[in-house]
Write a new protein. Sequence first.
Length: 410
Amino acid sequence: MKLVDINEFYSDLGGGVRTYVHQKLDASAALGWDTTIIAPGPADRREKVRGGEIIWVQSPALPPDPRYHMFWNSAPVHQLLDEIRPDIIEGSSTWRGGWIASGWRGNAAKALIMHQDPVAVYPHTFLSPFLSERRVDQFCFWFWAYMRKLSRRYDATMVSGEWLASRLEGFGLRRPIAAPFGVDKSLFSPSNRRCDIRKDMLSACGITDETAPLFIAISRHHPEKRLGVVIDAFAKFTNSRTAGLYIIGDGPTRNWVEKKARRHQNIVIAGQINDRSDLSHHIASADYMVHGGAAETFGLVVAEALNSGLPLVTPHIGGAADLTHPTYGEAYRAGDAGALTAALHRIVARDRNELALAARAGSRRVGTPDDHFDSLFTTYQSLAAQKGKRQRIAEPKLQEAPSRAVANSR
C-alpha cells in the first residue's frame, strides 16, 4: 500500500509534528507500507528515508515563523501524486495544504488529519479566560462551516483522541475517527530520574536548596502555549516559597518569553533539547510538569511526563486535560494565571510520592506509537478497501449507460 502525507506543518527544524512524522515513517517500514511525505520548504528537494521518502516543494515561508512554509501552487503537488499514485492521501492541514490534497482527481482514499484545532489555537488562546470556550466556539460558527465544507471532500477525519472526535462530531465534521497517539515507553520512564541532573536544573534556576520543588515546562514558544501565563503564575507562586521552573523549547516568541522570564527569579529558559534520551532524563528528573497550552490535540510532552512518573498541572480543556486525573494532577481554568497559581500551591501541598505512584498507574492509559500506527494503518486499509469497492460498483453503471442510450435511440 502507498500512503502520501501532504503535510503543511512538517519542518526539519520543527518539534512535535517532525517527531510524529519520523515515527510514522519507521512504522510504515515495519508494516510494509510505502510512505511519502510532501512538505513545503525553501527549495525543491528529495530525501530517501526508511519507510519511504520526504519531498519538499518550494513554497513561501510563514512570516510568524520562518521555520515553516505554506503550500501555494497545487500543480507541483498534484504532479507528484500523479507520479506516486497512492492508495491513501493524508491532508495534514486545515489550510491550503488540505484543499490541495483533497483536489487531486486520482483514485486514492483521503483522510483529513487534524494536527491542530485552529479555534482552540487562536480564538480560545486570545479570548479566554474573558469568554468561555463555548461562547468562542459559537462566535466561530463561520469557521466550523468552513471545516464542514473541507471535511466533506475527505473519506474520514483522523484525530488523536476520542475527546477530540466527539468535539468535531458535534460541529458536523465528516466521520471523525480516533487513533490515539502513544509514547515510547522504553525511552520515557521514571527510571531515568537522576539526582545530578535535577541538581543541575535547580542550579540553572539559581537554587541551591535541593529540597525546593522543581517544575518543568516543555513547549514551542508560541502564543497558543501560553508560556506568559505559566511565568506569571509561577512568579506569584514563588512569592511565598522557593521553587524552580525549567522551560524547554524554542519558537517564534522566544525573545519575548526570555525577556518576561528575566523579570523573575528561579526561572530558566533552557532552549531546545533535540536529543530524545537527554530530554527523557530531564523530564524524569523534575518533580512536576506544568503545562500552559489548552489547544493540544493530544499533548505528547504531557504524556511523556506522565510516563516518566511526573504529577501534572494542566489546563481544564484540550488534550493535556484529557491526560490529567485528580489522583496525580491538578487542573486550572485555561489562561487564568491566578487559577494556575492556586493549582501550583495545591500540587505541592500533596504527597509527591503518592502522586508519582498514581502517575505511573495512570500512564497505563497511554498507548505506544506502535499501538497508534497499528490503528491508523488498519483504518487506512479499510478506507482504501471501501474506496475500491465503491469504484467497482460504479464502473459497470458507467459502462451500461451508453448501451441504454443506444437502445432507446432504436
